[in-house]
Design a protein around this ligand. Sequence first.
Ligand code: PHE
Length: 388
Amino acid sequence: MNIHVKRGWYRGRPAFRPRLGREGFFAVLAYCPRCHKDFLETKELQGMKEKLEHIRQEALAALAETKAAADVETLRVKYLGKKGELTALLKQMGKLSPEERPVIGQVANEVREALSSALEARKQSIADALLNQRLAAEAVDVTIPGTRPDLGHKHPMSIALDELKEIFIGMGFQIAEGPEVELADYNFTKLNTLENHPAREWTDTFYIEEDSSLLLRTQTSPMQVRTMERQKPPIRVIAPGRVYRKDEVDATHSPMFHQVEGLVVDKGITMADLKGTLNALVEALYGKGSKTRFRPHHFPFTEPSCEVDVQCHACGGEGCRICKGEGWIELLGAGMVHPKVLQGVGIDTDIYSGFAFGIGVERMAMRRFNITDLRLIFENDLRFLSQF
Ligand code: PHE
């Protein structure tokens, strides 16, 4: 319905002159083109329309102030809810005439629709603003280069140890492990080291018991005895591990270092087997054609004993800084297993013989990686370690 409202001093037909008490001023003249009917707008209708308009203005103004979705919802309840202002107003429709009710109904619907779409729009824009805020705050620049996670790697000592293990496994050796806290019996006595031997001195060895019966092993050689006690020949084992000696720390000494013990026991093992095996080791480490030198030496548990040197790979034997002018670099101690050691573990020396050797792993690693100070290996400074 289209309603044209006029307000002002009455100038129309006498029939529509307002009744007593309101002379001169008429409220509303309305004309409906659809039903072709004129009618007056009563004060009640006008009042309700004004109230509706007031509600609309007030609600829209309040809505413009809202900052959060919850505030919008509060307004929706206040104005459009079951107990809201609009509903309350519509309950007063009883005051209106049957003709006026649909008029106010329509205005009320308009207000309701206008408000609910305004509420909805406001809700949406608050949500949009929130989203934009988050997008701005959580923005990820995918073009920035990533940070590479630091991957660790093997310690140079582990690299050297693993290399040695590989070489010996390739020659058919097995790997054995034994205790670092060792009985003096295994570290010395069963290795034919007499009671008064200088290696037993308290100044050289970390003893654990007052009676010198227990100690930190000073060499991996007790593994010779432990292996032979455990298994019968043929024996081909290496035993890598830590050993301890009362040495002051300097560029070439540390109270803890690593050795790899080797032991071969079988029928007819000779010094030739020892030399062949150790030459093969040296060639695997320093390349084909590397020269070795076997120097006579003494160990209580091998007879004969020797020390094995490799010709300096840096100067080819001339003598340089690396070999300290010697032309040769000391690699390991070795020898044929002493008959007393074999007999001590019940091996028949008429049938069996064997050889043994002990490699100092730090020295080998230092040469291999050109490390000039042993302390670097144990300090674990990342600037040092990351080079390997
Ligand atoms: N155990 C000896 C050392 O520490 C090395 C060695 C091992 C010598 C085996 C001969 C046989 O010096």
